[in-house]
Design a protein around this ligand. Structure first.
Ligand code: GDP
Ligand code: MG
Length: 297
């Protein structure tokens, strides 16, 4: 690429839950700004990360998984994700190659064909399958849609990251940086803190609460000239039974969640953190559109 040419753009990262979107962002950006989980759907909001290259800048939107559902919350998630595809400069579609049957998501492809936004297909988790199978997959996927590029990667092992970055730059439009170089994310720390608490709550309850938890930050205060951050946060659940699961016997579970989240938030903000967690029952919040808006979905 010519030296005086700069490329930039918004890149939407789409794919089913668990394909490795958050992992890829973390690997590309070299810092944990997006949460990962073995359970699907922990990324409900768009998290913005910025990758600076010598002659390019890309701004990633970590969109939630696009999939069919009849639940109001899930529909909102799908609409949010689909709606972004026409507004961005590039769509990065991610597939998990290790899953037995990976059919093209009809809804997603339909949308991609209806917008002029170019797209790149990322085949993730290549560390889990033989090369021959991968070649077959590349062949069949190239028949499904006219992708600008098909890039096999392992987000977890950091394989093929340079190739992916080059393919992204290739597909980006010419333009100046959208953010001052060095901006890692434009998400406020309190938002990321909420994401971290939610991730811990998901991981540590082990219960089937994939859509039942929302975290809200009630207060976020810097004290002692920025050497201490005091956070009060609420874990909102739908039913009393879920409240019991999150709190645990004698409050043990909630304490573990708080400890783990606090440690991670401390690493993020780089100072001491005081974290106080509450658990609130908000009946049917996943069905109530008003409540959804309050939680920022
Ligand atoms: P998301 O829901 O699409 O954001 O997926 P996550 O990033 O949370 O990843 C889901 C799971 O897949 C996690 O357990 C990751 O560690 C795992 N994972 C992600 N990328 C890879 C990869 O390249 N190889 C392997 N073996 N596992 C991966
Ligand atoms: Mg994710």
């Amino acid at each position: 690429m010519k030296k005086n040419v700069f490329k930039s753009g918004m890149v939407a990262l789409v794919g089913a839950p668990n394909v490795g979107k958050s992992t890829l962002l973390n690997t590309l950006l070299g810092q944990k700004i997006s949460i990962t989980s073995k359970k699907p759907q922990t990324t409900r909001n768009r998290i913005l990360g910025v990758l600076d290259q010598p002659h390019a800048q890309m701004v990633f939107l970590d969109t939630p998984g696009i999939h069919r559902s009849n639940k109001p919350l899930n529909q909102r998630i799908v609409n949010l994700a689909l709606g972004t595809l026409g507004d961005v400069d590039l769509v990065m579609v991610m597939i998990d190659v290790a899953l037995e049957q990976q059919e093209a998501d009809a809804l997603l492809l339909e949308k991609l064909k209806s917008v002029s936004t170019p797209s790149i297909l990322v085949l993730n988790k290549i560390d889990l399958i033989p090369k021959l199978k991968l070649l077959e997959m590349i062949k069949s996927w190239s028949a499904v849609h006219e992708f600008k590029a098909i890039v096999p990667v392992s987000a977890l092992k950091g394989l093929q990251m340079e190739e992916l970055i080059q393919a992204l730059i290739e597909a980006l439009p010419l333009g100046p940086p959208l953010y001052p170089p060095g901006t890692l994310t434009d998400m406020p720390e309190r938002f990321i803190a909420a994401e971290m608490i939610r991730e811990k709550a998901f991981r540590m309850t082990g219960a089937e609460l994939p859509y039942a938890i929302a975290v809200s930050i009630d207060s976020y205060k810097e004290e002692k000239q920025g050497r201490l951050v005091k956070i009060h946060a609420s874990i909102n659940v739908e039913h009393n039974s879920q409240k019991g699961i999150v709190i645990g016997k004698g409050g043990v579970k909630l304490k573990q969640i708080g400890e783990a989240a606090r440690a991670e938030i401390e690493r993020l903000v780089g100072c001491q953190v005081f974290l106080k967690l509450f658990v609130r029952v908000q009946k049917n919040w996943t069905k109530d559109t008003k409540a959804l808006q309050r939680f920022g979905y």
